[in-house]
Design a protein around this ligand. Structure first.
Ligand code: TYD
Length: 237
């Protein structure tokens, strides 16, 4: 399958630490489900057996020495598995795929953050993702130090391996996202996240409206209900 043959809709979400991506993607997921759409929610790295194991190595094991090149290859390995096992079958069967991070994270984190060669990253991304490119990429822009503080609080002990990198690293990551968003502005939608959850979700939905002409934009009540449901599900876990 190449990207022209896919029947489903593919949307990725990107952004630096603490940009609110995971909450927003869940709101959109539940909203689309409520319209009866067949939606698959995927996170990178993870979402497959192999991917979750790689995720554990990449994020949770803190005393492991992982050089930048190995880090990149591990993210790409997790990605190759997700594309083959989840994304391609879902798109072929006409589903909506929402992906929490994808190729642009490698460009921003390993390219700009770690300083690896950007052309090599583009090539490895193309190899791992079999040229399955999102129809739209929602880039949630956040001021780096605010996002980092949101993600880690003042206690860096709980931060994962990537979050624990300093402000300088994360500022470069943001620069990487900005650059990619500029380069591929037909695919990227940039949304500033300084506002209320509701406004951000509304902007996200509006930017995707052309992909879902049959669906009305969500009301504030609907979004609040979904946010309450997500909180409830988190508490029940
Ligand atoms: P996660 O807990 O999913 O954090 P977030 O909510 O910020 O997405 O952790 C994923 C981490 O992996 C995050 O710090 C970004 C990083 N990452 C890369 O460095 N390169 C990549 O290619 C991907 C997909 C993620």
């Amino acid at each position: 399958m190449n990207s022209n043959e896919k029947k489903g809709i593919f949307i990725s979400f990107e952004g630096g630490e603490g940009c609110g991506k995971s909450t927003q993607i869940k709101i959109l997921y539940k909203y689309l489900l409520s319209y009866g759409l067949d939606v698959e929610l995927i996170r990178e790295p993870g979402s497959t057996h192999l991917g979750e194991k790689i995720r554990n190595i990449l994020l949770n094991i803190k005393d492991l020495d992982i050089c930048a090149e190995s880090e990149l290859l591990l993210y790409e390995a997790a990605r190759a598995q997700i594309v083959k096992e989840k994304i391609i079958p879902a798109l072929e069967s006409g589903k909506v795929v929402l992906c929490d991070r994808y190729i642009d994270s490698s460009y921003a984190y390993q390219g700009y953050g770690r300083g690896l060669n950007l052309d090599i990253i583009d090539k490895l991304n193309a190899f791992a993702c079999k040229n399955i490119i999102p129809d739209k990429t929602i880039y949630l822009r956040v001021t780096t130090n605010i996002g980092l503080f949101r993600a880690t609080g003042s206690n860096l002990n709980d931060a994962d391996r990537i979050e624990s990198e300093g402000l300088q690293f994360h500022s470069k990551v943001s620069e990487g996202f900005e650059k990619k968003a500029q380069q591929e502005n037909h695919r990227f939608v940039i949304i500033d996240t300084a506002e209320e959850k509701f406004d951000t979700q509304l902007k996200i939905f509006e930017s995707l409206q052309a992909l879902f002409p049959q669906i009305e934009p969500p009301s504030i009540d609907k979004i609040n209900d979904i946010v309450a449901l997500i909180k409830q599900e988190k508490n029940d876990r």
